[in-house]
Design a protein around this ligand. Structure first.
Ligand code: NAD
Ligand code: IPM
Ligand code: MG
Length: 354
């Protein structure tokens, strides 16, 4: 099969982790005799530095012409620490999501047997935890009207959702629930926010169409607690953009490291596979960041974008084997820690040999 990728490494640790994921992608493509082509594109701070904007049109065209996009991370302290900067790396990520129509970000939260003791939560709480957070990705407060008034001394961001936006993400949530354990938790703040009340209204209208699915409603503050108190109670969670952003970083604690959580952003034009973490600038260039979130994102790419589950499975098997062998980076190591590049090589080698 022809696999045509756009590869956007971005900033900070982005290039290092994407390089490891590409090793796995190449190994698996080679093994299953796929015709792999790929082209690199600029995004984030590096794109601002080189061409003055964080998601250049050229990068957009590259993505539009690809079967799938592999994305690293964007962001740079130069911008994080300058609230007055008008052009920012994150705008590139948001523009990419909007222009590619990536309205759903699928963030699986799974534990690894050999890492259960690395979670700060007790083993019996996290063992067997396995849920999918579905985060709405092109609406809400991220994309609503924002600005300053009162001579710059009052600032506002607006959370807006249309019925159509809520319906399509909930539908995706129900489709996932039907294929899993038939439980959907709709997370909102309907006791305070009008936009959340529309979410709950739409969910209540849709729920009878899925009689096999148990629909549960949960306020986001309660969800923040329940995710780490009883993670096994969740199957599929659907929520709006910012709640999903925050709750999934929190959920990574269940697994033992933020460097382990992959994601798939899907929607209208193409799909993007990206770790949920950021550019971790403190680690940039040090060859210490965990590449697993990006490698597992590549596994999701084979499964979701190419419908090639065997290829995805082999990548997952290689990842699990590296952990079982304790061939891991410092964030999840006990005793000896290995470099980002060594873990990438180990996983690619496992794919070649198995
Ligand atoms: N999708 C993205 O591109 C994305 C996501 C989040 C943050 N960001 C950007 O990244 C920059 C840094 O943000 P931040 O520090 O809040 O978040 P971050 O996710 O980059 O890092 C937070 C912490 O998580 C841990 N971590 C993250 N990735 C890891 C990895 N691969 N291996 C091991 N540990 C890892 C580290 O302890 C790190 O200090 C900012 O500019 C932010 O805007 C980008
Ligand atoms: C960098 C930022 C814009 C982004 C988000 O909030 O969506 C990040 O945190 C993520 O989770 O991908
Ligand atoms: Mg985030």
């Amino acid at each position: 099969m022809k696999l045509n990728l756009a590869v956007l490494p971005g900033d900070g640790i982005g290039p290092e982790i994407v390089e490891q994921a590409m090793k796995a992608v190449k190994a698996v493509a080679n093994k299953f005799k796929h015709e792999l082509t790929y082209e690199y594109g600029l995004t984030g701070a590096i794109a601002i530095d080189e061409v003055g904007e964080p998601y250049p049109e050229k990068t957009h065209e590259l993505c539009m012409n690809s079967d799938a996009v592999l994305f690293g991370a964007i962001g740079d302290p130069r911008f994080d620490n300058d609230p007055k900067a008008k052009v920012r790396p994150e705008q590139g990520l948001l523009l990419m999501r909007k222009k590619l129509g990536l309205y759903a970000n699928i963030r699986p939260v799974e534990t690894f047997e050999s890492l259960l003791h690395k979670s700060p939560l007790r083993r019996e709480l996290v063992e067997g935890a396995d849920f999918v957070a579905i985060r709405e990705l092109t609406g809400g407060i991220y994309f609503g009207e924002k600005g300053r008034k009162d001579g710059g001394n009052t600032a506002f961001d607006t959370c807006t959702y249309t019925r159509e936006e809520i319906e399509r993400i909930l539908k995706l949530g129900y489709d996932f629930a039907m294929k899993r354990n038939k439980k959907l938790t709709v997370v909102d703040k309907a006791n305070v926010l009008e936009s959340s009340r529309l979410w709950r209204e739409v969910a209540q209208e849709m729920a009878p169409n899925y009689p096999e699915v148990k629909t549960e409603y949960m306020f986001v503050d309660n969800a923040a607690m329940q995710i780490i108190q009883w993670p096994k109670n969740f199957d599929v969670m659907v929520t709006e953009n910012m709640f999903g952003d925050i709750l999934t970083d929190e959920a990574s604690v269940i697994t033992g490291s933020l460097g382990l959580l992959p994601s798939a952003s899907v929607g209208i034009h193409t799909s993007v596979f990206e770790p949920i973490h950021g550019s971790y600038p403190q680690a940039a260039g040090k060859d210490i960041a965990n590449p697993i979130a990006t490698i597992l994102s590549a596994a999701m790419m084979f499964e979701y974008a190419f419908n090639l589950p065997e290829e995805g499975k082999l990548i997952r098997e290689a990842v699990a084997a590296s952990m079982a062998e304790k061939y891991v980076t410092e964030d999840i190591a006990e005793g000896q820690a290995y470099k980002t590049s060594q873990v990438g090589d180990w996983i690619a080698n496992y794919i070649e040999q198995n």
